[in-house]
Design a protein around this ligand. Structure first.
Ligand code: UDP
Length: 267
């Protein structure tokens, strides 16, 4: 099913707190409808693709927690979030990965004539990912591609570059939390309506890094596949799996309280 575009106002949100990070309970289709609505409503909107590593990092990085709390949409990326939500008694309905969201967003952009800018990843990767997206959506308008660097001293140059191409949607692949902090610092100055951090998405779309087989992703073992292929990810996998699981179990009572507060706010 493809999402409809053209909503004039963002739709109501159901946000579920996981270790203090509010995650939107959206399916892929709904995320797309929501983004189309945000585009149509005007303004500047940041979108974050939250996974368990984000949640653990937010617990020790207040600036990152602030960005997540103020994002217009926090999609649930990562089976760990779905398992945690189910354990806490308020299941999320689906997973929205950065890769799938980017592919679908490219479709939305092609359909609506919205220009896409791909920032980040190693030199040449964004260009290759853009070529794949253009093959999937021939009418897609690519405003630009650039690897660049998330270091603050490069920001004036990157802003100049991106502003000159006037994209409607900016995808930033610097890994979290850098990409999300980068967007929070620069999006208003750029005047780009929609910006989202997409992590390693360009690497996957460009075919530089193979994705875990679908059956492994379905049973929640994508992290094991990544660990075997990229053992240097071990510290991050410790955050994403045992540390996250332990924090969820330890904070279960507080989570229940947070959920009730969030439900009141959603009403
Ligand atoms: N990256 C970058 N510049 C940096 C750090 C990272 O372009 O200074 C890119 C890196 O090449 C990769 C992405 O950011 O494409 C991060 O990928 P990773 O798989 O670590 O992100 P995740 O999806 O796990 O958040």
């Amino acid at each position: 099913m493809s999402a409809k575009v053209g909503f004039s106002l963002p739709l109501p949100r159901r946000r579920l707190p996981i270790l203090g990070v509010a995650v939107d309970d959206v399916t892929e289709d709904e995320a797309l409808v929501q983004i189309a609505a945000l585009l149509a409503s005007g303004g500047i909107h940041q979108i974050c693709t939250v996974n368990p590593e984000f949640v653990v990092e937010a617990g020790r990085n207040p600036a990152f927690a602030h960005v997540l709390a103020h994002a217009s949409l926090c999609t649930p990326d990562g089976v760990g979030l779905l398992l945690a939500a189910r354990y806490l008694g308020y299941p999320l309905r689906g997973r929205v990965t950065g890769v799938e969201l980017t592919r679908r967003l490219a479709g939305l952009a092609a359909q609506g004539g919205h220009r896409l800018f791909l920032l980040g990843a190693a030199p040449g990767v964004a260009e290759d990912a853009a070529a794949v997206l253009r093959r999937e959506h021939p009418s897609l308008l690519i405003a630009g591609c650039y690897a660049g660097s998330p270091a603050p001293r490069h920001e004036p140059f990157l802003r100049q570059l991106i502003r000159a191409t006037q994209p409607a949607i900016l995808l930033v692949a610097y890994g979290h939390p850098q990409q999300d902090l980068w967007i929070a610092r620069n999006q208003a100055l750029l005047g780009v309506p929609i910006a989202l951090g997409v992590g390693g998405t360009f690497d996957y779309i460009a075919g530089r890094v193979p994705r875990a087989p679908r059956w492994l992703r379905r049973i929640g073992l994508e992290w094991l596949y990544r660990l075997v292929r990229q053992p240097r990810r071990l510290p991050r996998i410790i955050d994403a799996v045992p540390r996250f699981a332990w924090q969820v179990v330890r904070n279960r009572g507080t989570e229940e309280q947070d959920r009730r507060t969030e439900e009141q706010r959603n009403k």
